[in-house]
Write a protein that binds this ligand. Structure first.
Ligand SMILES: [Zn+2]
Length: 80
């Protein structure tokens, strides 16, 4: 007897928590431009590839921490 029609209950991939599925994050870098109005240097924003998901915007189930899984209502049963 075979049972290959198991319902997929937990998705295997999720939007990356670090970049919200964007695949990139904005990093503040010093030395943007000097604002005469504010009288100081404004930080510049740099678009960088999200390290966590490698720019994919998606992370595998295994890449999420227990906390992040809980936030998504997923309980991992480590006992096997
Ligand atoms: Zn990411």
């Amino acid at each position: 007897m075979t049972n290959t029609d198991q319902p997929l209950q937990i998705p295997l991939e999720f939007d990356c928590p670090d970049c919200d599925g964007e695949g990139h994050v904005y990093e503040e870098v010093a030395g943007g431009c000097f604002s005469v109005a504010f009288g100081n240097w404004l930080p510049d924003e740099r678009k960088v590839c999200c390290e966590r998901c490698d720019g994919r915007g998606r992370v595998d189930l295994d890449d999420l921490t227990e906390e992040e899984l809980e936030e998504r209502g997923i309980e991992m049963d480590e006992a096997s």
